[in-house]
Ligand binder design. Structure first.
Ligand code: DPP
Ligand code: ZN
Length: 876
C-alpha cells in the first residue's frame, strides 16, 4: 500500500456535526446503529461522492434521511463505504453494522476483556465499529445509547455526562444514554459495559464545579484503586495550579481492564486503563508501580486539555499531544516527588529507549513526515523525545514566557485540531522569540552529538569553550542543519561553587543557558578567577550525546561538588562508562580488567554523604546497564563480553566498598509500615541497591542476606528486589524462590507478570528453554498483551546475553513467536519486534543470525501491515 505523507494533507471534504450511536450489546453479534449528520464542505464534495472508512465492517443497513439507500447508489467493502449520490445540503446517514466483540483479538475497536465490553479507538479503531471519516480533524458531538442484558452488563458507560437510564419493559435488558457536549474526533470515542466494582469520590474545581469521580475495576479489587483515585485528585489540582486548566464535565470515569494493547487511553470523560496502571497495594505493587500509576493517571487526565480540547489535525502531529503531555506528567511527578531523581529516571528511560531508536533503522523525526502504519509511531521518539523538545522550549524561553505561550496556545486553539506550526506560533507570538531554527527539532531525526573542548588561560583569566554540534544521517535524511540547543551550564571553581565571570563573547548566553545555534561556536569567558571544571548540559538540558575531554579526577571533583544533582549523577556514570567500555575491550582481548580507583572513590563519597537523599544515592550506585554499554560502543557489540565486564566491575566495586555496604544497609533496615511516598521509597531503593551490590561478591553471607531479605520482606518492593537480585545473579537458589513467589501469588495475574519477567531475564543458557516451557504454563495466557510483554517482551528486550545468543536461537524464537501472534494481535507483535532495532550494531556472527530471522519474517505470507512495516524498515 502507498504510504501516507504529511505533505499530502487535505482538509476533510465533509463535516460530521453530530453522531448518535446505539449499541445493542451481545457478545458474538452486537448491533451498532450510527446516525451521522453530515454536510459537504467543498464544491467537489457537493458533486455527491462520499467515502467513509471501515475495517472488517459487516454492513446490515444504510439509510439516507430516513430512506433506505438503493443498492445502485453505494458500494460497501469491509474497508470502504462509497456513496455516489449524496445531497448537496446537510443530510443524515444511518449506518447499521454487526460487530463480534468476543472474536476481536486485535483489541482495536469493540472487544471483550474478562467478560466486559470495551473499546479502543486510537488511532484507527473506530472504523472497526462503523464506517466513518475516521481522522482526527473531523470533530463531532456524540450521544451514545447502550443497551444490554442487566445480568451481563449492569454497568453501562460512555463519554460525557449521563443523560438517562432505565429498564426495557418486558425484557431483562436495560439502557443508558450518555451525551458529550464537547466536539471530539472519533479516536476519543469510548464505551464500556460490564459487571464491575467501583470506588467513587468528588473534586471541586477552581471555579467551584462539583465533579463526580469514579474508578471501575474487577469486583474485589476496589481497595487497590484508592491510590489511583488519590493521584487523580492531585492531578486535577496540579493542572489548575500550574497551567490554569480546569476539568469540564460533571463526571470523570476511569475503567481498569486486563486486556489492553497500550498503557491507557484518554477517551473524553471515560479513560480506559490497562489495569497495571491503576491497581496498587503494598503487597502486590512495587514503589515503581506506584510511581507509574501516579504518572499514567496524570498523563491521561492531562490529555483532557492537551489532546482532547485541543487535538491533532492529523496523525503526523501525534507529538503535539503526546510530547506535550509526557512533559506535563513528568513535571507533575517532579513536583510530587524528588525533581532530581525524577529527572535522572526520565533521562535513563530516554537513553535506554529513544537513543537506540534514533541511532538505528527505525529512526524518525519527532513529527514524522511519512508512515505506512500509524500504530507503529507511538514511539519513544514521539513521546519521550517529544517531551524533551517541549522541555527545551521552556529552557529557551524561561518559565514565565513558557507559561504565556501555553496560555495563548490554549486560548487560540481550544476546540481545534491543531499542528506543530500552531503550537510554535503560539509561543513565538506570545514572546516575540524566533523559533524557526528551533523547529528543526521536530523534523530532523537522530541524536545530535556535541563535542566540547575547554581551555583556561591563567594569565588572561579567560576560559575558552568550543562547542561543536553534528548530526548523523538517518533514513531519508542525509543532510542536516545545525539546531538551536539550550546548554545549561556552570563553571565550577576550585572550592566547588559556580564561578562568576565578567563577560562572555562568541555566542548568546542567558543566565545559565548557552544558546548553541551554529555548527561550531567558541565562547570566551573573561574574568574567570581560576581554572574551572565545566559542568555542561545540566539537568540534561538537550537530548544529545555530549563528548567532553575531562579527566577522571575532574569527574570525581564534579561528582562531589556540582550544584546540579543531575550532573553529579552524570559524572559518576561517565566514570563508570569509561571503565565498562575499557573493560569490555579487555574481556574480548582476554586481559584482566583494571578498575579506575576514582570510580570507587566517587561511589563511596556519594554513599557516605548523608546530606544526599537516599533515592539519589541509589541512582548513583546503579551502573549503566548492558544495553547502555552496547549503545555506547555502537558497533561490533558482543553482549557476552559486555556482561562479563559489567560483572567484573560490580565485583570490584562491591569489594572496594567492603563492609560499608552492610553498614548502610543495616542503618536503613527496621522500617515495617509501608508508605508509598517518595522519601520512604527512596530509602527502600537505596537499601535494595546495597543488597544487590553486596551480592556481586556471591559470598555465602551475601547469598544468605539476599534470601533473608526475600523471606522477611513486608512489601512487594523489597520482596521483588531480593528476588531480582537472586535471579539476576543466576544463583542456583533461584528456582526455589521463584517457585515460592509464584505459589504465593498464583491468583494475581499482575504479580505473575513480574514473575514471568524475572524468569525471562535470568542471564543463563537454560533461560530460552524455560521461556518456551512457560508459554504452556497455566499462569501464562497467549492473548493477553501484559502476559506476552512480561514473558516474551522481557526476554527479547531485557535479556541481552540470552536473546542475543551467538547460536541465533533467541532470534529464531522471537521470529516464530511473532509469526504466530501476528495472526491475532498485530499491534503487540510489531511492538515486540522492535527488539531487533539495533541488529546492525552486533558483531558479525550475531548480526548475520539476526538478519536471517528478520528476513524469514519478512518473507512470510499474510503479514499484518503493522509487522510488515516494522520488519521492512528494520531491514532497510
Ligand atoms: N493512550 C495513549 C497515551 O495516552 C495514546 N494516546 O499516550
Ligand atoms: Zn498520551
Amino acid at each position: 500500500a502507498a504510504p501516507f505523507r504529511l505533505e499530502d494533507y487535505r482538509a476533510p471534504a465533509f463535516t460530521i456535526d453530530t453522531v448518535a450511536l446505539d449499541f445493542q450489546l451481545d457478545p458474538p453479534a452486537t448491533r451498532v446503529t450510527a446516525t451521522l449528520s453530515i454536510r459537504a464542505n467543498t464544491e467537489e464534495a457537493r458533486k455527491g461522492r462520499l467515502e467513509l472508512i471501515g475495517d472488517e465492517i459487516v454492513l446490515k443497513g444504510l439509510k439516507l434521511d430516513g430512506v433506505a439507500v438503493p443498492a445502485s447508489h453505494y458500494i460497501a467493502t469491509p474497508s470502504l463505504l462509497t456513496l455516489t449520490d449524496v445531497p448537496k445540503g446537510p443530510f443524515t446517514l444511518e449506518i447499521e453494522t454487526i460487530v463480534d466483540p468476543a472474536a476481536n483479538t486485535k483489541l482495536m475497536g469493540l472487544y471483550r476483556t474478562s467478560g466486559t465490553y470495551c473499546t479502543q479507538c486510537e488511532a484507527e479503531g473506530f472504523r472497526r465499529i462503523t464506517y466513518f471519516l475516521d481522522r482526527p480533524d473531523v470533530l463531532a458531538v456524540y450521544t451514545t445509547r447502550l443497551e444490554a442484558e442487566k445480568s451481563d452488563a449492569p454497568i453501562l458507560l460512555a463519554n460525557g455526562n449521563p443523560v438517562e437510564s432505565g429498564d426495557i419493559p418486558g425484557t431483562d435488558r436495560h439502557f443508558a444514554i450518555w451525551h458529550d457536549p464537547f466536539p471530539k474526533p472519533s479516536y476519543l470515542f469510548a464505551m464500556v459495559a460490564g459487571d464491575l466494582g467501583v470506588i467513587t469520590d468528588r473534586f471541586t474545581t477552581m471555579s467551584g464545579r462539583d465533579v463526580e469521580l469514579r474508578i471501575y475495576c474487577e469486583h474485589g479489587k476496589e481497595a487497590r484503586c484508592t491510590y489511583a483515585m488519590d493521584a487523580l485528585k492531585r492531578s486535577m489540582k496540579w493542572d489548575e495550579d500550574v497551567f490554569g486548566l480546569e476539568y469540564d464535565l460533571d463526571i470523570f470515569v476511569i475503567v481498569a481492564v486486563s486486556d489492553f494493547n497500550m498503557g491507557a487511553m484518554e477517551n473524553k470523560g471515560l479513560n480506559v486503563f490497562n489495569d497495571k496502571y491503576v491497581l496498587a497495594d503494598p503487597d502486590a505493587a512495587t514503589d515503581a508501580d506506584y510511581a507509574n500509576v501516579e504518572g499514567v493517571i496524570a498523563h491521561e487526565y492531562f490529555h483532557n486539555w492537551t489532546g482532547n480540547r485541543i487535538t491533532c489535525r492529523d496523525w503526523f502531529q501525534l507529538c503535539l499531544k503526546e510530547g506535550l503531555t509526557v512533559f506535563r506528567d513528568q513535571e507533575f511527578s517532579s513536583d510530587m516527588r524528588s525533581r532530581a531523581v525524577k529527572r535522572i529516571a526520565d533521562v535513563r528511560t530516554l537513553q535506554a529507549r529513544q537513543f537506540p531508536e534514533d541511532g538505528g533503522p527505525l529512526a524518525h523525526p519527532v513529527r514524522p513526515e511519512i508512515y505506512h502504519e500509524i500504530s507503529n509511531f507511538y514511539t519513544p521518539t514521539v513521546y519521550e523525545k517529544g517531551a524533551e523538545v517541549v522541555r527545551m522550549l521552556k529552557s529557551i524561553l524561561g518559565p514565565d514566557d513558557f507559561r504565556k505561550g501555553m496560555d495563548l496556545y490554549v486560548k487560540r486553539h481550544d476546540g481545534d485540531a491543531a499542528t506543530i506550526e500552531d503550537f510554535l506560533a503560539s509561543f513565538a507570538d506570545a514572546t516575540g522569540v524566533d523559533l524557526s531554527q528551533f523547529k528543526l527539532w521536530y523534523s530532523q531525526a537522530g541524536t545530535p552529538q556535541i563535542v566540547a573542548r575547554g581551555a583556561y588561560d591563567e594569565a588572561a583569566k579567560s576560559y575558552k569553550l568550543t562547542l561543536t554540534q553534528s548530526l548523523a544521517a538517518t533514513p531519508g535524511q542525509s543532510q542536516k542543519r545545525p539546531m538551536h540547543m539550550p546548554i545549561r551550564f556552570g563553571l565550577i571553581g576550585p572550592n566547588g561553587d559556580d564561578m562568576d565571570y565578567a563577560s562572555v563573547s562568541g555566542g548568546r548566553v542567558d543566565r545559565d543557558i548557552i544558546h548553541l545555534t551554529e555548527a561550531s561556536q567558541t565562547l570566551v569567558f573573561e574574568g574567570v578567577g581560576g581554572r574551572p571544571v565545566p559542568s555542561l548540559l545540566r539537568g540534561f538540558s538537550a537530548p544529545v550525546r555530549l563528548a567532553i575531554d575531562i579527566s577522571a579526577s575532574d569527574l570525581l571533583f564534579q561528582a562531589r561538588t556540582d550544584t546540579d544533582p543531575f550532573n553529579r549523577w552524570q559524572a559518576v556514570q561517565t566514570l563508570a562508562m569509561r571503565n565498562l567500555v575499557a573493560g569490555t575491550a579487555e574481556q574480548i582481548a582476554g586481559r584482566a580488567p583494571k578498575v579506575e580507583p576514582a570510580l570507587i572513590d566517587a561511589l563511596g563519597g556519594v554513599l557516605d554523604n548523608d546530606t544526599l537523599e537516599p533515592a539519589f544515592r541509589a541512582q548513583v550506585l546503579q551502573l549503566p546497564s548492558e544495553a547502555d554499554i552496547a549503545r555506547e560502543l555502537g558497533q561490533d557489540v558482543d553482549p557476552e563480553a559486555i556482561a562479563a565486564a559489567r560483572t567484573a566491575l560490580r565485583l570490584a566495586i562491591s569489594t572496594g566498598l567492603g563492609d560499608r555496604l552492610e553498614r548502610h544497609y543495616a542503618r536503613l533496615s527496621g522500617e515495617t509500615d509501608f508508605h508509598p511516598d517518595a522519601t520512604s521509597a527512596g530509602r527502600r531503593a537505596l537499601r535494595n541497591t546495597l543488597l544487590d551490590l553486596r551480592l556481586a561478591r556471591r559470598s555465602p553471607d551475601a547469598i544468605a542476606a539476599a534470601l533473608t531479605h526475600f523471606e522477611a520482606a513486608t512489601n512487594m518492593t523489597d520482596r521483588l528486589a531480593a528476588l531480582a537480585t537472586i535471579t539476576q545473579a543466576a544463583l542456583p537458589e533461584r528456582r526455589a524462590v521463584l517457585d515460592a513467589f509464584h505459589d504465593r501469588y498464583a491468583n494475581d495475574a499482575l504479580v505473575l507478570d513480574k514473575w514471568l519477567t524475572l524468569e525471562a531475564t535470568v542471564p543463563a543458557p537454560d533461560t530460552l528453554d524455560r521461556v518456551k516451557a512457560l508459554l504452556k504454563h497455566p499462569s501464562y495466557s497467549p492473548n493477553n498483551p501484559n502476559r506476552v510483554r512480561a514473558l516474551v517482551g522481557s526476554f527479547a528486550g531485557a535479556n541481552q546475553t540470552q536473546f542475543n545468543r551467538a547460536d541465533g536461537a533467541g532470534y529464531d524464537f522471537l521470529a516464530d513467536f511473532a509469526l504466530d501472534l501476528d495472526k491475532r494481535n498485530p499491534q503487540t507483535t510489531a511492538r515486540l519486534l522492535v527488539s531487533f532495532r539495533s541488529w546492525r550494531a552486533l558483531e558479525p556472527v550475531r548480526r548475520a543470525r539476526a538478519e536471517a530471522a528478520l528476513r524469514r519474517i519478512a518473507a512470510a505470507k499474510d503479514l499484518s501491515p503493522d509487522t510488515l512495516d516494522i520488519v521492512t524498515r528494520t531491514l532497510a
